[in-house]
Design a binder for this molecule. Structure first.
Ligand code: NAD
Length: 300
């Protein structure tokens, strides 16, 4: 049976988020609140692997059932962003370049993977730090989110991207992947953080450091100086120790909310075919945080 016709708002939509520990995610609320604001029926379910006793090996079954049950698409998060690729028919260019998928569109019997973390950071960066110098940027963290941010920075025209990760092999693998796709740019490992930052225009934190569970700053704050812009992707809390220190040092800054909102903006477009209202999506994000804080005393 195809999706039902909703009385006034056109066809209803059905989507979901697959991953571990996704209870605090604000993404379901952003999607459903925007669907409601636009006047069509839109249900966005959490498919929590921990609750269901499932793992990445079950992704084939999850996708099959999602298709049978009429889902328009799924967001996928930790630990499924790479494992899901084996289950897909095709990848959008950003997902192919990044090597990870956070959005699967299910349509016409096909499964297409997208990476809206990458396009989300790119959009947030373009809007939040327009016109900043970007010849040389230091990126901390070469995990799943770091890969999406690296792609976005290179798409934004960064000419030299210096990667730093405590796990050197991860940084090396990401440098090799991106260097092969952005031949005009230099993608290398930052050998020494202090000297890399002394020559950089910008710094992006894509490590978990700064989250409530990993407090602190990922770089010594005395290395910050006014000419350096600083972008954060951690968004719980919104003001991390790094951002606080960067503002105090006179740096231009970008917090992690923009990436979180714009990944949902693009996924909403892909799942529903409707154009979300961006200012309203920011308000949904803030409202989700407030209701979560009020109910559970934490959030993400
Ligand atoms: P991940 O575990 O895949 O990767 C994190 C990487 O950081 C690892 O490679 C680790 O070795 C490295 N690392 C940890 N501490 C470090 C340090 N002090 N210095 C250098 N490297 C260090 O995690 P991920 O999926 O890439 O996510 C990272 C963070 O990004 C998350 O904790 C989350 O807060 C944030 N995130 C935000 C958004 C958003 O929309 N704003 C989206 C995804 C992830």
């Amino acid at each position: 049976m195809s999706r039902s016709e909703h009385a006034r708002g056109g066809p209803s939509r059905l989507a979901g988020l697959v991953g571990s520990g996704i209870g605090p995610s604000r993404t379901p609320f952003m999607h459903e609140a925007e669907g409601a604001a636009q006047g069509f029926a839109y249900v966005y379910r959490r498919i929590d692997l921990d609750v269901l006793g499932l793992g990445p090996a079950d992704l084939g079954d999850i996708l099959r059932w999602a298709e049978r049950l009429g889902f328009d698409g799924l967001n996928v998060t930790h630990p499924c962003k790479q494992a899901v690729i084996a289950q897909l028919d095709d990848l959008a260019p950003a997902a192919e370049a990044i090597g990870a998928v956070n959005t699967v569109v299910l349509a016409n019997g096909r499964r297409i993977g997208h990476n809206t973390d990458g396009t989300g950071f790119l959009e947030a960066f373009r809007r939040g730090l327009p016109e900043v110098a970007r010849d040389r940027v230091v990126l901390l963290g070469a995990g799943g989110a770091g890969a999406a941010v690296a792609w976005a920075l290179l798409r934004a025209g960064v000419r030299e991207l210096l990667l730093f990760d405590l796990d050197r092999m991860r940084a090396e693998a990401l440098a090799a992947r991106m260097a092969g796709r952005f031949a005009a740019a230099r993608v290398a490992l930052a050998q020494d953080l202090a000297s890399a930052l002394a020559r950089a225009d910008g710094l992006v934190n894509a490590t978990p450091v700064g989250m409530a569970a990993y407090p602190g700053s990922p770089v010594p704050v005395e290395l910050l100086r006014p000419a350096l812009w600083v972008a954060e992707i951690v968004y719980f809390p919104l003001e991390t120790e790094l951002l606080r220190a960067a503002r105090a040092a006179g740096c231009r800054t970008l917090d992690g909310s923009g990436m979180a909102v714009f990944q949902a903006v693009e996924a909403f477009r892909l799942f529903t075919g409707h154009e979300p209202d961006i200012a309203r999506m920011h308000r949904h994000f803030a409202a989700a945080a407030e209701s979560f804080d009020a109910n559970r005393g934490e959030g993400s």
